[in-house]
Every structure is written in structure tokens, then in C-alpha cells.
Write a protein of this length. Sequence first.
Lengths: 209, 209
Amino acid sequence: MEKKDKVSMAAIRRLPKYYRYLKDLIDRDVEKISSKELGDIMGFTASQIRQDLNNFGGFGQQGYGYNVKELYGEVGKILGLDKSYEVVIIGAGNLGQALSNYTNFEKTGFNCKAMFDVNPRLVGMTIRDIKVYDFDDIEGYLETHDVDIAFVCTNKESAQDVASRISNTCKISAIWNFAPTDIVTPEGIVVENVHLIDSLLTVAYRIKD
Amino acid sequence: MEKKDKVSMAAIRRLPKYYRYLKDLIDRDVEKISSKELGDIMGFTASQIRQDLNNFGGFGQQGYGYNVKELYGEVGKILGLDKSYEVVIIGAGNLGQALSNYTNFEKTGFNCKAMFDVNPRLVGMTIRDIKVYDFDDIEGYLETHDVDIAFVCTNKESAQDVASRISNTCKISAIWNFAPTDIVTPEGIVVENVHLIDSLLTVAYRIKD
């Protein structure tokens, strides 16, 4: 982990894929795996696997390969999954509700504590034990609760305003943004955009080929 | 466009971002823009902008910059948005419903015609004018309707079976997969995975820094 500063974002973005595949291997009771075998199932070369994992300290043993459970634990630690994260969802429409329903997130340590919306028909509802609050109360909520990440599931027009208001409280560490626009936050608040339309447009391009 | 074969996937994946920003510029009545100005708002260097757009034929004029509307049209054509696409959604849970509700997709030319599910409580429902059919009828539906893309919004366990069944009909061109697993399709059927959990794990990593 001491080498982390030198690791490229591209390598970091591959780590969650390792984490997913290693979990599948554990579920299938695989105890050890070579870089060649891991590469084959992940679609990487063995040398890419070794290079990626060397970035983070190198966990393999020559002639043995990787201990799957150990590597899974180490990759989890590198990703920061040895702790859990408190989450709020801004925008309680279909997408916000879909994200609140992902048990996979909770299992991985992301616990959704509250949802917020401006729509009076949604405010006050309870969706899968998660209460929907009025977005006007967001500052008060963030002052009195520990929240690490806000999932922003609003429309494009509201997303920046929402991001600015929650950033101003200095109470969150990151925004996971689903609105189809690139939002800006003060330094120190991580923004990760999920632009679904970009992915769909790539599908169209690839069909056309 | 004749240069397309040489264009890297990384450059292609940047195109939807151009498309989004150019649309915003049109909405703000901006008629022309230099590569420097476009780079500033998109977070790219001017030289990156010129290089990307040169890949696809180069639309700028020295000393003038780019005609925004023209460039938007050209990028749209390169992406394959001069035609529309018929879509079905497999899995009519919250996420499937959220995607069916994205008017942005429809505006861009992706028309959702039907949803499919195995849950008898959902089959027969109509969600925003879109009927939910029994997934057991998928083959018959694909035989009798033109469908370009299937959005797969099932759980991890069902995703590969679903993908195999719809691929076997040879009636679709692409699968846009939201299930948290990498699905495999026969050659000729494009798969684009949206692994939300991978993006969320990247957030955790970046917070930790």
C-alpha cells in the first residue's frame, strides 16, 4: 500500500473487477489460483495480473499462485472495504429507490440511512425501512448524522445545486452522481459520475461497426 | 469516419462526453467554440480535443474553431444516432422501471417497447405505457418484433441465462448489462456492462486517500 501514490487510475479502476472475481472464486470454493488462471477468467494476461497486484504489494508466491481468500481480503482493504460507509440518497424516484434496494451495496458495507426528495408525494414515505425526508432538511440532517457518501439521483437541472448545498455543509466525503451532467465540488469532496447515457451511446457506436 | 478502424476504444468512450457538452452549448445558444474553450469546459487540453476530433475527420477550421451545431450533428452520426433503436428491458424491478422512465434515452433515439419479468406480480402490468410480458415469451416476442438492444436488469444469478436465451434468437444486436457479473454472448452481439458496484468501490478507494 505504500506504493499507492504511483498507481495509475486505470489500475485502480480494475481493482473492483478483481474484487468481484475473487468473491466468485470464494463462492465456488476455489482456494488458490495462478495469475494465468485468474487472467483467463478475467480476460487479462497473466503479466497484467502480476503487474496490477505488484502495484499494491504483490501477494502471490512463485510456484503457488495466489491464496484467493487472502487476496480478496487484501484487495478489499486497498479499496477501503475494511470499514463501512454511511450513505444518503438524494432523489427518491425510481433510480434512487433502485439503488436503495441493492442489497449488494449493503453487503459490501454501504449502508443507506435516509433518502431526500423535494416531491411532497414522496416525502414522509418509508421505502424498504428507509425514510424519505424533505430535501430542505438536508443541512440539518448532515449536521446531526455521520454521512460519508451522497448518491445524487436527481435530474440534470437540480444536480449541481444539490451538490453545492451538501458540499457546503463539509459533512460528506463523496458524491456518487447519476445525473447526466458533470458536477463540481470543492476540493476534498470526491465526485464519481455514472453517466448511463455515455455507456448507452457507446453501445450504439459499437452496434454500428 | 473512414479512419474509424484505427480509433482507440478510449477515444470512442470520450465521444459521448463531447455529445453531452455540445448539446449543452446548443441549449445555451453558443454557435462556435475553439478547441481551447471546449477543452476548458470539458477538462481536456486543446490538443486532446483536436486529436480526438481529427480521429473522426477533423471538423474545425483554423482561426474559427468549431461550428457547435455541425459538430454535434457529426458526433451524433459517428455514434450512430442518425437512426433510432428499439429496446426491450429484461427485469422490471426498480432499476428496469427507472431505465424505462429515462426520457433522456427516448429523446436520444432509444425507444423502449416492452419489458419482461418472471415475477407474476409484475407480468401484465403497464408501466409508463410499456407492457410487462412474461419472460417465457421472450423468444416469440423477438421473432415478431424488431429489437436492437436488450437492457438486462436481472440479478447476478439469472443474467447469463437471460443473455444466452436472447442471444440464441439471433434477433438482437446488443445487450446493455446491469447485473453485477460479466456476461458472455456469441460473436456479433455487443455486450456493454454497467457495473455500478465497481464505480461505488472506486468512490470508497478515493475517499480513503
